[in-house]
Design a protein around this ligand. Structure first.
Ligand code: ADP
Length: 919
């Protein structure tokens, strides 16, 4: 057996115990260790090279027992005495000087009386065995870890990883263990998952960013970190000791396994660098693969949803079968029954207008690999949908595939179309607008025209050639040239300008142009060109001129008008008045603003005036009335006054514009007319009056005659006398009343209307007429007037009307009786009222008015009575009076005669001033 074989046998522990040779003859080999023992197993002396490495524990005696050299667990191997050990292989671990156990294997041989224990060093064999065993275990562990990670579902992956970290931590007594991966932006490292024993300090947490400190480590080996040795790893390990094991992939370090508070050599001395690398790889490789798978999965999901959102998707043509496969989402958005169909079927869905082009492009793609890019319309029930189709050939020969995608671009196409329409519209607008767009290039301080829009020709019948810099100046109106030069200077100075000047067209006519221009500058702020717009404002300019002129004309018209023209605010303050108004008010026109019109009116007039204004509306803004004023230095004035309200958007009255005409003279003559008519009435009534006064005179005469008779007879009692005198007195009073009333009646009417009770007018009329009528045999039928009401006007004038009507009736009755002696004439007078008005009827049984004359009777001077008797003024004046009281006088024929009706508006109670309020 050579030494190599020996060693091999030794290592394999196959060596049989050596032959029992007589100790005397034994040549003591000089390898290993020889321990000379006595029969009790005490060490006599040691030989062999290994003796120097021994470190006996307690050498108390001269011949210490062998046990003193051995590690405690070896004591079991050498129970008893050396004689017992014969024929056995003894594996003994000795204390060595370096502290590690010294593994020796040997056997005992008798040597004279003693024993020789021959031992060889088998440390290397043991270490190797242990190592292979450990390697096996590690491989198993690695395989298990890797398998767990590979096979679990994606959702369980974090839990499984956690479990595996826990397994490692527990197996190798690691307090904190974590997997660090590059973060998503690859900006640095990040704790992907972390496990710590329950009593270990929290060194990290999941998701914690570690920065790039780990990059400073050598990525080829596990790195043992001693306290504070790596300043860049401060944030990763703090001051803890640790171990960082890299995992490599094709791009370099992809993962670090971090073990905190951990010294690998001490806690797992049996693991070498390779083992650490292997374990880390077992963890990291499947983890990275699964994470990639996860990302891929997410990407696919995203892609699918993106495709669905965009209405896009991939397609692939299998050239061997002329079939086509589409992404399911694309197929559904294209309304296809199945995502797999023949190329022909697919092309049938393309709009005929695009079909042949697509077919030929597909051929080109297939035959020559020409990339396909085409926008096609997809046949749809409503409008066709635009798709952008892109495709390319990938792979070569048999592996060649045609792939691409379809993208719904209807939105873009629609926008394109809209933009194109808008563009066309804009072009059209520019061409047809009354504006010319121009560009002038900036050359050394001058602006040279380089472009005019097409509207130049129709608008000014000019071309670009007519508008070169020099020619343009010539076309500007000589009076405006200075202005034009200033415009250019200002444009260059300020960047924008707006000017107005005249330009001569090719027919020699001038156009007013509104010129707006702006300077465009380059990046350095230097002018490049001016862009501008010419607007032909000839018409507007002329129109403004005309408006100015017509405004002037109207101003003159207003100023010179004989009518009074003014504007005033709703509170009656004048804002403007023309000369005639100023003349009436005895001031200058410029003194009028601020003057209050109400100043010249009585309270009643002003109230009525304001009331009338308040009734103006935007729908009925005009109102005309006759107003009465007391002007300075004049007795009184009547103006026919027409107001027009000006309203704001909310319908509030802002201002009133008024035109007035002085009606005083007309009014005066009317009054005179009324007065003369009144006098005429009075004259006419003279006979009646004579009767009226005769009556009391007769009564008095009778009384006096009787009294005288009695006096002559001497038969006068005082009571009789008293009675007669009282009668005379009452008759005197009666006559006085009549005369009084006549005096009142004969007076001129008041200037201003007053509220009064029409019953008083009826009573007054009857006091004048009743007796006379009865004297003439005319029966008076007077209706009871059981209401108190106020009307506005002049009481004497209403009496005058009533007298006229009754006298007319009487005339008709008397002339009828002349023909028929049996005829019983009567006049009825009665009244009624409602909410708004009071009506007084005068009816007779005189046979009525000839219907043919009905329309004429109110005309002045119309009469059917003989000359000298009739004046023809009675009814016409009466009509005027009633109209002036804002009432109406009308007539119709009743069964037996004429029926006149006076209708007067009632004055509402709240408008009755104290003067007119009934007692
Ligand atoms: P005059 O009484 O002076 O004629 P009026 O204007 O008062 O003037 O009357 C005009 C005419 O109307 C009368 O001439 C008469 O023909 C007619 N007339 C007025 N009242 C009556 C009446 N009650 N019955 C018939 N005719 C009448």
């Amino acid at each position: 057996m050579n030494s190599g074989e020996k060693l091999f046998g030794r290592l394999l522990n196959r060596q049989s115990p050596p032959p029992q040779v007589a100790p005397d003859t034994l040549s003591v080999p000089s390898v290993g260790l020889q321990v000379h023992l006595d029969g009790e197993g005490r060490v006599l002396h040691l030989t062999g090279p290994l003796r120097h490495t021994l470190a006996p524990q307690r050498l108390s005696t001269q011949a210490p027992p062998l046990l003193d050299y051995l590690m405690p667990h070896s004591s079991l191997v050498i129970e008893g005495i050396p004689a017992d050990w014969q024929g056995q292989i003894l594996d003994l671990d000795f204390h060595s000087v370096n502290g590690h156990p010294l593994h020796l294997r040997g056997w005992v041989l008798p040597l004279a009386d003693n024993w020789l224990l021959q031992l060889l060093d088998i440390s290397d064999v043991l270490v190797e065995r242990r190592q292979s065993c450990r390697r096996e275990q590690n491989q198993l562990l690695a395989a298990r870890i890797s398998e767990q990670l590979r096979l679990c579902s994606l959702t369980r992956l974090p839990d499984v990883l956690q479990e595996q970290l826990q397994v490692l931590a527990q197996r190798f007594h690691i307090p904190c263990i974590a997997v660090a991966l590059l973060d998503e932006q690859e900006q640095g490292w990040q704790i992907h998952q972390y496990y710590a024993a329950f009593d270990a300090p929290m060194l990290w947490q999941n998701g914690q960013r570690l920065g790039s400190g780990l990059d400073s480590l050598n990525g080829s080996f596990p790195q043992h970190l001693t306290r504070g040795e790596h300043p860049r790893l401060q944030e990763t390990f703090g001051h803890a000791e640790g171990l960082a094991v890299p995992y490599y992939d094709a791009h370099g370090v992809a993962t670090w396994l971090l073990c905190g508070f951990y010294t690998a050599q001490q806690r797992a001395p049996e693991l070498n660098d390779g083992d650490w690398l292997q374990l880390t790889a077992a963890l990291a490789s499947p983890l990275l693969e699964r994470l990639r798978e996860h990302r891929h999965h997410l990407q696919l999901e995203r892609l699918a949803s993106l495709q669905a959102l965009l209405g896009t998707g991939w397609w692939e043509v299998f050239s061997d079968s002329a079939e086509m496969q589409l992404a399911p989402s694309l197929a559904s958005s294209l309304n296809l029954a199945s995502p797999r169909l023949t190329l022909g079927e697919w092309l049938d869905h393309v709009h005929p207008a695009d079909r042949e082009e697509l077919r030929s492009r597909l051929h080109a793609l297939e035959d020559a690999g020409t990339p396909l890019l085409l926008c096609v319309r997809w046949h749809c029930e409503q409008a066709p949908v635009w798709y952008r189709l892109q495709g390319q050939a990938i792979g070569m020969g048999k592996n060649r595939r045609l792939v691409g995608f379809m993208l719904d671009i209807s939105d873009i196409k629609n926008q394109e179309q809209n933009a194109a329409t808008a563009h066309a519209r804009l072009d059209n607008l520019i061409a047809s607008s009354p504006a010319v767009i121009y560009v002038q290039r900036y050359v050394e301080g001058a602006l040279l025209p380089t472009f005019f829009s097409a509207s130049l020709l129709p608008l000014l019948s000019l071309t670009l050639a007519d508008c070169t810099a020099g020619a343009l100046i010539e076309r500007v109106h000589p009076e405006d040239r200075e202005h034009y030069f200033e415009r250019t200077r200002r444009l260059l100075r300020e960047g924008t300008v707006r000017a107005r000047y005249r330009l001569r067209d090719s027919h020699g006519e001038y156009h007013w142009l509104l010129d707006e221009a702006k300077v465009l500058r380059d990046d350095l702020g230097l002018p490049v060109e001016a862009v501008g717009l010419w607007l032909d404002v000839t018409e507007a300019t002329l129109a403004t001129e005309q408006v100015k002129q017509s405004e002037e004309r109207y101003r003159i018209l207003v100023e010179d008008s004989p009518a009074m023209i003014c504007r005033y605010r709703p509170d009656l303050t004048l804002t403007f008045g023309n000369r005639p108004l100023a003349t009436y008010l005895e001031c200058q026109p410029d003194q009028l603003p601020g003057v209050n019109l109400g100043h010249w009116m009585s309270d009643d007039q002003r109230q009525a005036f304001v009331l009338r204004l308040s009734q103006l509306t935007p729908q009925a803004p005009v109102s005309t009335a006759e107003i009465y004023l007391q002007l300075p230095g004049r007795e009184h004035a009547w103006w026919v006054w027409s107001d027009r309200g000006v309203f704001d958007a909310e319908g509030r009255l802002l201002e009133v514009q008024a035109v007035g005409r002085d009606n005083t003279e007309v009014r005066r003559s009317q009054q005179q007319l009324t007065q003369s008519a009144k006098m005429a009435t009075l004259g006419e009534m003279a006979t009646g009056l004579a009767h009226e006064i005769n009556q009391p005179l007769n009564v008095m005469r009778m009384a006096i005659v009787n009294v005288l008779k009695r006096l002559n007879n001497g038969d006068v009692q005082i009571d009789y006398l008293k009675d007669k005198l009282n009668r005379i007195d009452s008759q005197v009073q009666r006559a006085a009343r009549v005369v009084d009333h006549m005096r009142v009646f004969g007076r001129r009417s008041d200037i201003e209307q007053q509220p009064f009770n029409p019953a008083d007018a009826i009573e007054g009329t009857l006091s004048l007429l009743a007796e006379g009528m009865r004297g003439k045999g005319v029966e008076l039928r007077i209706g009871e007037i059981g209401f108190a009401v106020q009307v506005r006007g002049f009481i004497d004038q209403l009496e005058q009307v009533l007298i006229n009507l009754m006298v007319n009736a009487r005339d008709a009755l008397l002339s009828k009786r002349e023909a028929d002696r049996e005829f019983n004439p009567w006049i009825a007078l009665y009244a009624e009222r409602d909410e708004r008005c009071v009506r007084i009827w005068v009816e007779d049984n005189g046979g009525g008015i000839d219907p043919r004359l009905m329309e004429k009777i109110f005309e002045p001077f119309f009469t059917t009575k003989p000359v000298g008797i009739g004046t023809g003024l009675g009814l016409s004046v009466s009509y005027g009076i009633i109209e002036n009281m804002e009432g109406r006088l009308s007539v119709r024929n009743s069964v037996q005669g004429a029926l006149f009706c006076i209708e007067l508006p009632v004055v509402p109670v709240d408008q009755i001033t104290s003067a007119g309020r009934p007692e």
